[in-house]
Design a protein around this ligand. Structure first.
Ligand SMILES: NC(=O)c1ccc[n+]([C@@H]2O[C@H](COP(=O)([O-])OP(=O)(O)OC[C@H]3O[C@@H](n4cnc5c(N)ncnc54)[C@H](OP(=O)(O)O)[C@@H]3O)[C@@H](O)[C@H]2O)c1
Length: 227
């Protein structure tokens, strides 16, 4: 049986790179989520991929991901990757943005984990990776809502890890700094060319996914050299 991996937000950026890299290796069965059908088109022809199109903040999408996992009968790795941000002074953020960012960055990974965790407990194995950010460890001006959700995600993972380890389930916080993706698509002033290459971040992450399960990489921080 191939290693079953769920990746949310696989239609672009880091999630897309991780999916591409795992698919190339040939020994993975992927369940990929995203809202943008075009971004997932690279994967539609592969027999090793199940696409779950939809907003991960919606319960119906979480249901579909859970069903896809049940059909495969196994879950080895969950990568909570989907994320959004609204970079601006906090007072300019709207309540709608607040609801959306909490739903996507915090509630969705918690709810999806809540659904898939029991199967991992039954298996007595599993790896949960939360794609966090340096902004989930160090506060950043104008990233107030984003930081709040990522600090929350870290708190969730740190607490869950204590429950998970006795069940041989690993929970990893992955905290990269700036990556050259579309996350800041509406912000031409951000010098993304100085940001890290998503394929290089992916290589490190995939190496960690493939470490022996007796080793638990609880937290990884990847800062960039250039500011
Ligand atoms: N770029 C950076 O500098 C940076 C640094 C540190 C951490 N991160 C984290 O890395 C993760 C990936 O971001 P990225 O940099 O790769 O940005 P990205 O290119 O914008 O990718 C974000 C992904 O999340 C998906 N997504 C967003 N909202 C969604 C929703 N409601 N339902 C389902 N999927 C949703 C997007 O897909 P659809 O649009 O198709 O839904 C997209 O595939 C995020 O958690 C982000 O916080 C990024």
């Amino acid at each position: 049986m191939k290693t079953v991996v769920v990746i949310t937000g696989a239609s672009s950026g880091l999630g897309h790179e991780i999916a591409k890299c795992l698919l190339k290796k040939g020994n993975y069965s992927l369940i990929l989520n995203g809202r943008n059908k075009k971004g997932l088109a690279d994967f539609t022809d592969s027999p090793d991929v199940t696409i779950v199109l939809g907003d991960v903040a919606k319960k119906t999408t979480i249901d579909l991901i859970e069903n896809a996992v049940s059909e495969l009968g196994q879950i080895d790795i969950l990568i909570n990757n989907a994320g959004i941000t609204f970079v601006q002074p906090f007072v300019k953020n709207t309540e709608k943005e607040l609801d959306e960012i909490i739903a996507v960055n915090l509630k969705a990974p918690m709810l999806l984990t809540h659904r898939l965790y029991p199967m991992m407990v039954k298996q007595q194995s599993g790896l949960i990776v939360n794609i966090n950010s340096v902004a989930g460890k160090e506060a950043k001006a104008n990233h107030t809502m984003y930081s709040a959700t990522k600090f929350g995600l870290k708190g969730f993972a740190d607490a869950l890890r204590l429950e998970a380890k006795p069940n041989r389930i690993r929970v990893m916080n992955f905290h990269p700094g700036g990556i050259n993706t579309d996350l800041y698509r509406n912000m031409p002033e951000i010098p993304k060319e100085k940001y890290m290459d998503p394929s290089k971040i992916t290589a490190i992450l995939v190496h960690l996914l493939e470490t022996d399960p007796s080793i638990a990489p609880d937290e990884i921080v990847l800062n960039r050299m250039t500011k």
